[in-house]
Design a protein around this ligand. Structure first.
Ligand SMILES: [Zn+2]
Length: 180
């Protein structure tokens, strides 16, 4: 019985209106609830391997997670109006209260910073960007709007800050260093 409860998934894989197959909720999910952990093999840029995995999730400056075959990560579609986001390194969480049957989508740009990366988008959202580019190409208001659903490494690198904010943070750090 316990095993049955723990293995109960919150989603199923089915045909997506966006592309190929996608992840669909099998029950209502509350805002910020974890839907699944994006797990797989971690690879580095120098392996030259990541480029061939369109569903790899970037989790560090030059690090990506390639989803295990058949795992949820393989079916995680992008949408310009996403229902989920990344918390921490690889936790996929609901961005709002979600209903059973809704597709779990993330905005790939909230975890991807490789400068040459771009993707033609067919998500059908009203605000579809048509071409999705890396995080740093996003306007500041979008960075702010999705700050709680942005990959940790991006926030750690302070990529969400504008130049003035960045300088302020850097100055504070310098002051603290001097005191020590
Ligand atoms: Zn789109």
């Amino acid at each position: 019985m316990l095993i049955a409860i723990f293995s109960m998934k919150k989603y199923r894989i089915d045909t997506s209106g966006i592309q190929g197959r996608g992840i669909f909720l099998t029950r209502d999910i509350k805002k910020d609830e974890t839907i699944f952990i994006f797990s797989g093999k971690e690879i580095t840029f120098t392996s030259g391997y990541w480029w061939y995995h369109p569903n790899a999730l970037q989790c560090g400056y030059a690090k990506w997670i390639v989803p295990r075959k058949g795992s949820a990560g393989e079916y995680l579609n992008h949408c310009c109006s996403p229902t989920a986001g990344v918390k921490g390194k690889n936790r996929i969480v609901a961005m709002r209260d979600l209903k059973k049957g809704e597709e779990v989508t993330i905005d790939y740009a909230l975890s991807e910073t490789y400068p040459l990366w771009h993707m033609t988008c067919v998500c059908k959202a009203k605000n579809c960007r048509k071409v999705v580019k890396p995080y740093q190409d996003m306007p500041a208001w979008r960075m702010k709007k999705y700050i709680d659903y942005t990959s940790k490494y991006i926030l750690d690198m302070k990529m969400h800050l504008n130049w003035n904010e960045y300088l302020t943070v850097t100055k504070e750090k310098k002051v603290r260093t001097t005191i020590k």
